[in-house]
Design a protein around this ligand. Structure first.
Ligand code: PLP
Length: 358
């Protein structure tokens, strides 16, 4: 069996949740567990984050799975109902839903659920992805307030640029101008806003990436905010090659040895979720020492410079990312974000997952 596996440190989850609470001590925490908890495993993540006040997911089946595992927190479907039948199940299981377009209200009125439903009314304040226009919110709130099928209403929006230069000012101003908004609980801040914009915290915060120990900002690492990486992706060297000066390794011969050197072949490739676009020079650790990749990542393998590790050989341990090499650093080299790399590991379904408690 290949040695490649992803291990998850539950203690890091609790520590990151405590960081969220130290940034926003007066807000309830809706932990975002979509995409199989950003690749970390839905149920295991929920267990480790049991102190959160709520969990949000994308699909009804994820929410049902959480309820079936006994989680009693608030649950929220981030895109709400896709089909009317989902209304009934949410009502029976006490699952809340985002309402972001008028048809979702029609679904509720058609189904006439026995137990009224908790909703998060989503307002489009400028991201232009999901949500009602601010000018329509007044009327929709009236409808929802009068409906016998609606229980609690929270008002939410989502920022397009909380992690970037543009920031949140114009969207936040637009949100704050909504008529009558202050009588409702509000849910606005993602990880970047939790860290950078205290004025967005309100009654609920919605952290995702920071719970997993990675940075929401592409020029920073989780370390910069005292976040602890939850996932470690580890494997082993399965072969050693000696390159003479000007010989290459791997497809396309994109790396050429500047001098005679030893290269390790690592059991991990893009089919496992490691980014194919990671260039030569991307950091990784062999036997606890930081070195770098060379050549183009293949489907099942990648290559590592062992010039500084004369003792490394077949079976030497490799950390692709984790505590020694942060996923944020691999992401930066690969021109992507930690989010994508973490999600890709469980999406590949090829990497065994192991949980370390305590
Ligand atoms: C994914 C998501 C979040 C969490 O975002 P992070 O940047 O991972 O903190 C919050 N709110 C909504 C609506 C989301 O889709």
């Amino acid at each position: 069996m290949r040695a490649l596996k992803a291990s998850f440190h539950s203690a890091a989850f609790s520590s990151n949740l405590a960081r969220v609470k130290s940034y926003s001590p007066n807000s309830k925490v809706m932990a975002v567990l979509k995409a199989n908890a950003y690749g970390h495993g839905l149920i295991e993540a929920a267990r480790a984050l049991n102190d959160a006040d709520g969990f949000s997911v994308l699909t009804l089946s994820e929410a049902i799975e959480l309820r079936e595992h006994g989680f009693t927190q608030h649950l929220l479907l981030l895109e709400g109902f896709f089909k009317p039948y989902e209304v009934k199940i949410c009502s029976l299981m006490g699952i809340g839903a985002v309402i972001h377009h008028a048809q979702q209200i029609d679904y509720i009125n058609q189904v006439k659920p026995v137990k009224p439903i908790d909703v998060h009314l989503k307002v489009n304040t400028g991201m232009n992805r999901l949500g009602f226009m601010p000018k329509d919110v007044d009327l929709i709130l009236k409808q929802l307030e009068e409906s016998p099928y609606i229980n609690k209403i929270v008002i939410m929006t989502h920022f397009s640029d909380a992690d970037g230069e543009k920031g949140v000012a114009s969207q936040l101003a637009c949100f704050n101008e909504i008529k009558g908004i202050d009588i409702y609980e509000r849910s606005v801040a993602n990880s970047a806003a939790i860290i950078k914009y205290p004025e967005t915290h309100f009654e609920w915060v919605r952290p995702g990436i920071m719970l997993y120990g990675a940075s929401p900002f592409d020029d920073k690492t989780g370390n910069d905010f005292q976040l602890k990486p939850v996932m470690s992706l580890r494997s082993e060297i399965i072969a050693i090659q000696t390159l003479e000066e000007s010989q290459s390794v791997g497809y396309g011969s994109v790396f050429t040895a500047p001098h005679k050197m030893t290269v390790g072949i690592v059991a991990c490739g893009y089919a496992d979720g490691y980014p194919r676009h990671a260039p030569s020079g991307t950091p990784l650790m062999v036997d606890g020492v930081i070195t770098q990749t060379v050549g183009r990542v293949s489907m099942d393998m990648l290559y590592v410079d062992l010039s500084s590790l004369p003792k490394a050989g077949v079976g030497s341990s490799v950390e692709l990312w984790g505590k020694g090499v942060l996923v944020d650093e691999v992401a930066r080299q690969s021109h992507t974000v930690g989010y994508e790399l973490l999600c890709a590991i469980s999406a590949s379904s090829r990497v065994p997952m192991e949980y370390q408690h305590g």
